[in-house]
Design a protein around this ligand. Structure first.
Ligand SMILES: [Zn+2]
Length: 492
């Protein structure tokens, strides 16, 4: 039986501001959309926190036995410098400053993003669609919104009519903003903008002469508004109504509010059942900003090449640190906090490695199934990873007592203990055992050294020594194989 049938998962829904029992649209299947990066600069640590949390959500849903379609987009056009539809396209600006093609900018930072994510052991999403790959669909959606009477064209640009939409719908349903107040309190437009109302947002923008990223449309040569791509790509791949939509909480307004409005105009339905938002990340208790120097790149944590850090940290330690905070709380990133997490992480990994030394007996003095249930309860309670980590440390305590024979465990319970530890630590939290990897690198070094000594022995015609090295390694399960390119080996 799939695990999801015996686990009642609850999710804090940002839309209703309550924890709700998770019931997917189609039993056994989950559709999840997370707003991905705008690829005009290196991956940002705050974004990594968000994507890492949703990676754990993805992993836990898979662990529960759901078939998950996880869509995380790449924004490679349409995201202007500010959210009020003004300024240059972020990617085009970078391309202009560096005198390269916009698609070179996109390629460079998409590759960087993927490199960072793979170093931090992320699972790839099921689909990673791009805005530029869905221009046709975006134009179709704009046509539909115009037809339904919720958008208007002015001078080659198309704007969403927030006032018209708000008559029978609630623009502000997610962010809690009262749009009526906003409309009443705004001064009349100064004639600089084509919008009927300052709250209206662009679905299509006519490109001015210097704007190089442009596509033909019924209204002008131009480009889609930033909010549109997510409505198009989420509903294209997940349906008019899907299960989970995630992102950083800075995206609630206007981005996600606009997504709801656009999708609802077309299908008549609220597109998302569960909205999830991650809180922000601070660095040394302050907002991260390049301008103040209070800034660090995810890669610099792994190399230690940033004065903010006392040393380098492994990706798993960073992951473990991030998971020790609830995703809805502010996370304060610092070198000291990472060092504290490293100690905890090492303790956890030592305990997992020493599970092999536990000898089972006829009865259990520890409550393994109770402990296992607590681990699931923590994750079922809105993916409460810090509580899960606390239970994993109860597991560590148990392992150490069992190893010291202060407690006893049956063979069946020992299997449950090992399986549960491995499942939550590796499959769900996505941690890796650095020590294990480090020690296997050391073993590689030792075997290479012995191969070299054997080669020297053979060159000195010391056959006895060369055979002794080969045979004794074989006894340890290390098979040497001599070939034209030199000696290789396999470890059983
Ligand atoms: Zn989005």
């Amino acid at each position: 039986m799939e695990l999801y049938k015996e686990n009642e998962l609850k999710i804090y829904n940002s839309l209703t501001k309550t924890k709700e029992v998770f019931t997917p649209v189609n039993e056994g299947y989950v559709g999840m959309y997370v707003c991905g990066p705008t690829v005009y600069s290196n991956a940002h640590l705050g974004n990594i926190r968000t994507f890492m949390f949703f990676d754990v959500v993805f992993r836990y849903l898979l662990h529960l036995g759901y078939k998950v379609r996880y869509v995380r987009n790449i924004t490679d056009a349409g995201h202007l410098e500010n959210d009020a539809d003004e300024g240059e396209d972020r990617i085009a600006k970078k391309a202009r400053l560096e005198q390269i093609e916009p698609m070179e900018v996109v390629q460079r930072y998409t590759v960087d993003f993927h490199n960072v994510l793979s170093k931090y052991n992320f699972l790839p999403p099921s689909i990673e669609p791009t805005a530029t790959g869905h221009i046709v669909e975006q134009i179709e959606m704009i046509k539909e919104i115009i037809e339904k009477g919720f958008a208007y064209e002015v001078n080659g640009s198309v704007y969403f009519d927030v006032v018209a939409y708000n008559k029978d719908n609630n623009y502000g349903i997610l962010s809690g903003r009262n749009i009526e107040d906003a409309i009443h309190n705004t001064r009349t437009l100064d004639g600089q903008s084509d919008k009927k109302n300052p709250q209206d947002f662009a679905l299509w923008k006519k490109a001015d002469d210097r704007h190089i990223m442009r596509w033909p449309s019924p209204w002008s040569d131009g480009f889609p508004g930033w909010h549109l791509e997510c409505s198009v790509m989420s509903t294209k791949y997940l349906g008019e109504k899907f299960d989970i939509h995630g992102g950083g909480m800075d995206l609630k307004f206007p981005h996600h509010e606009c997504e709801i409005a656009q999708s609802k105009c077309c299908s008549g339905k609220d597109p998302v059942n569960y909205w999830m938002h991650t809180n922000m990340l601070l660095l040394n208790s302050q907002k991260m900003a390049k301008s103040t120097g209070n800034f660090i790149l995810p890669n610099e944590i792994l190399t230690g090449e940033n004065k903010i850090l006392s040393k380098a940290f492994s990706a798993s330690v960073v992951r473990f640190f991030i998971m020790q905070a609830n995703y809805r709380s502010i996370l304060d990133f610092s070198s000291d906090a990472l060092e504290a997490s490293e100690k905890g992480y090492n303790k956890l990994m030592e305990a997992i490695s020493s599970m092999e030394q536990i000898v089972s007996s006829g009865s259990s003095s520890v409550d393994i199934s109770g402990w296992r249930a607590k681990c699931y309860d923590a994750m079922n309670d809105d993916f409460n990873t810090p509580i899960l980590v606390a239970h994993l440390f109860d597991g560590v305590k148990m392992i150490n007592q069992l190893k010291d024979k202060k407690e006893t465990i049956t063979k069946e319970d020992l299997t449950i203990l090992k399986d549960t530890m491995n499942a939550f630590v590796y499959d769900v939290l996505g941690l890796l055992n650095d020590a294990k990897e480090e020690s296997s690198a050391k073993i590689d070094g030792v075997v290479e050294l012995l191969i070299k000594l054997r080669k020297d022995a053979r060159e000195n015609k010391d056959w006895a020594l060369s055979d002794q090295i080969r045979d004794e390694l074989a006894e340890l399960g290390v098979q040497l194989k001599d070939g034209r390119e030199g000696t290789t080996y396999t470890i059983n």
